[in-house]
Design a protein around this ligand. Structure first.
Ligand code: ZN
Length: 357
């Protein structure tokens, strides 16, 4: 590339960083003009262009970029760091383009209005409120469980093809009627990840490519877990970038769905977060509550736990650290811990609107 272009792009990097740090201060502005407007036009175009491709185009793009970077480094060493200044400019220009595309296509959503403000609900909750909510979830989970099995101690089998589950979740988004949420998800753009094996070792069930807005899921995870994982990724696709918000969206969507399997997976999903939260402050109480659950529900939980245990190892810890840092950079200061803050949204939403209706 011409030196001038490289220099120009490189100079744009600090300017962009400064701009983003100013924009961060105006979440209402981002909500109104980006998340609820421009972002929808961008993502709609991306879905139109890419949803028909049966594999993940974004994964291919990632693979290409990694190979390209490796080749670039190889050349740098082979030429013994000749023209190092230009090489440095190349790196800065690349980062500049990367930074721009990331924020323009999706990343700005990290700085939109927090969901609880949009919903006009609080974030505080008492232990009693949490326990009451959890008890109701347990009751409803047990009922949903018994609708799908003939015995309390049987785990629910999700005898679906993965594509069928994708379609069920897509339908759930289409059918979701709630005046507080207006999900505009017109084209199903969900694909099995080409990197599902490394994802399993890294401990991830899916991700959205911020450059193509395709949702990828780890096709190796137990099918019972797929509906909420896919619903979570679609939540990201709709501009709910933050983990806790995508988890909340996945919960409310699947709890409301008419399909009993999707509903069961949603109830157990929300319940897991609530029980974990109680466990942190009162492990004994959480044990008492767990004993109220049908043993078959526990078998579904254990199936998922067993899956992750199979892949557990240093890579997972490393990836958690990396992703934790990524979240911290992108306006989620609590990093991986923010996965648990979904409880604040669940309990407070339930307090104001009754999540089961
Ligand atoms: Zn996520």
């Amino acid at each position: 590339m011409k030196h001038f272009t490289l220099k120009f792009l490189a100079i744009l990097l600090p300017i962009q960083i400064a701009l983003i740090s100013i924009l961060k201060l105006f979440p209402k502005f981002i909500e109104q003009y980006y998340s609820q407007n421009l972002f929808f036009v961008i993502s709609k175009t991306q879905h139109f262009l890419l949803s028909w491709i049966p594999f993940s185009f974004g994964d291919l793009l990632y693979a290409f970029i990694v190979i390209w970077i490796l080749f670039w480094i190889f050349k740098l060493f082979r030429n013994k760091f000749k023209n190092f200044k230009i090489k440095l400019l190349e790196v800065l220009a690349f980062l500049s383009v990367f930074y721009f595309l990331f924020h323009f296509f999706w990343g700005l959503n990290y700085y939109r209005l927090p969901l609880h403000k949009n919903l006009k609900i609080g974030t505080e909750y008492s232990k009693t409120e949490l326990v009451d909510f959890t008890c109701e979830l347990i009751q409803r989970t047990n009922i949903a469980h018994r609708k799908l099995v003939s015995h309390d101690s049987t785990k629910v089998d999700f005898n679906f093809k993965q594509k069928e589950l994708q379609d069920l979740v897509f339908d759930a988004y289409q059918n979701f009627e709630n005046e507080k949420f207006h999900f505009k998800y017109e084209r199903e753009n969900v694909k099995p990840s080409l990197f599902s094996l490394p994802l399993s070792y890294a401990g991830f069930s899916g991700y959205v490519n911020p450059f193509t807005n395709e949702a990828q899921y780890n096709y190796k995870i137990p099918t019972y877990k797929l509906p909420t994982s896919i619903a979570h990724e679609i939540g990201h696709q709709l501009g709910y970038s933050k983990e806790n918000e995508a988890n909340f969206i996945a919960s409310i969507l699947s709890i409301h769905d008419k399909n009993p399997h999707v509903r069961y997976s949603g109830l157990t999903f929300a319940l897991k977060y609530s029980l974990t939260d109680i466990y942190k402050s009162d492990p004994e109480l959480s044990q008492v509550l767990i004993s109220e659950l049908n043993p078959g529900v526990m078998k579904n939980y254990k199936e998922v736990q067993g899956f992750w245990d199979k892949y557990r190892g240093p890579i997972e810890l490393f990836m958690e650290m990396m992703y934790g840092n990524y979240l911290k950079i992108n306006n989620q200061p609590k990093g991986m811990d923010s996965y648990n803050y979904v409880v604040a949204l669940l309990v407070n939403y339930h307090k104001s609107f009754n999540i089961f209706e």
